[in-house]
Design a protein around this ligand. Structure first.
Ligand SMILES: [Fe+2]
Length: 285
């Protein structure tokens, strides 16, 4: 039977800076051999039906930052199963809303450069059902999901729910486990929850031979996975945006001896604004 580590919702590029190390440590400590990402691996904040936070990067930057973060996970866990979450499928939902068929879209492994990750909506391992939990809510979302499916389930999705509840009768013993999440609650993407008292639970799950365990990440002040111990290796998204903007603002060396436009009327100087304008106007309409 499998020894499964379940990674909570990541919402890259805004996972908690210590969460990858925590999951790596738990994987080793519990001698796991199987990885399940419970979904919402990416946030796709900029590609949403909801209004984006004005401080967040646009879709292209967000994709680049998320891709870099996912590569770190892929390096550590090159083989994994990924439950597709409601955030992961935002691109598909948006494409469908404007009548774009799936044949025009790329598969998840290609978009996120994870060739050995299997992406699907649910997985069965040792009679336990793993899925994201889209649509579940309440105080015990996984317990509700377990009663709907009449089998043991592991879900994510509800960031402030975590833990295990059992249902045992003379014939059957089943459980529902809420994994918790690995998000960085300080990110602008989660500003909507700033005034909620109930906060996300940073944790992961383990299922050994069909028996579930839940591990909290000790991330408080002075604890092993405290933010300040990990922030150096995990730049904030705003620092990445600033770095990129700075690179774009780097002044171009003066070439004032050359005429500003060439014989076809296009800009000669290759400042980023001029290049952008040139690119727009050089293309046939
Ligand atoms: Fe989520």
């Amino acid at each position: 039977m499998a020894k499964v580590l379940i990674v909570g919702d990541l919402h890259e590029p805004v996972s908690h800076p210590a969460y990858l190390q925590f999951c790596q440590d738990i994987y080793s400590q519990w001698n796991c051999d199987t990885i399940v990402f419970i979904g919402d691996v990416v946030d796709l904040h900029a590609i949403s039906f909801h209004a984006a936070h004005p401080e967040c990067p646009g879709p292209a930057d967000e994709h680049q930052f998320a891709l870099e973060q996912i590569q770190k996970w892929n390096d550590v866990f090159p083989k994994a199963r990924v439950c597709i979450g409601n955030h992961d499928e935002r691109i598909i939902r948006l494409a469908q809303s404007v009548n774009i068929p799936s044949k025009f879209l790329r598969d998840y492994p290609e978009v996120w450069n994870t060739p050995k990750w299997v992406w699907d909506y649910e997985f069965l391992v040792d009679d336990v059902c793993y899925y994201h939990g889209t649509g579940m809510n309440g105080i015990h979302p996984a317990f509700n999901a377990m009663r709907q499916r009449l089998m043991s389930v592991v879900i994510g999705h509800c960031h402030s729910s975590a833990g295990i509840k059992w249902l045992v009768n003379p014939h059957k013993r089943i459980f529902g486990m809420d994994v918790g999440t690995g998000i960085d609650v300080r990110a602008f993407q989660f500003a909507y929850g700033r005034h909620q008292v109930k906060k996300p639970v940073i944790s992961c799950g383990i299922v050994l031979d069909g028996i579930p365990y839940h591990e909290m990440m000790p991330a408080g002040e002075g604890e092993l996975y405290a933010r300040k111990n990990f922030e150096k290796g995990h730049p904030s998204i705003m620092s990445l945006v600033e770095k990129r903007n700075k690179a774009m603002r780097t002044p171009v060396k003066s070439r004032s001896s050359q005429p500003l436009r060439d014989s076809r009327g296009r800009f000669r100087r290759k400042g980023w604004v001029q290049s952008a304008i040139e690119n727009v106007f050089a293309k046939p309409i």
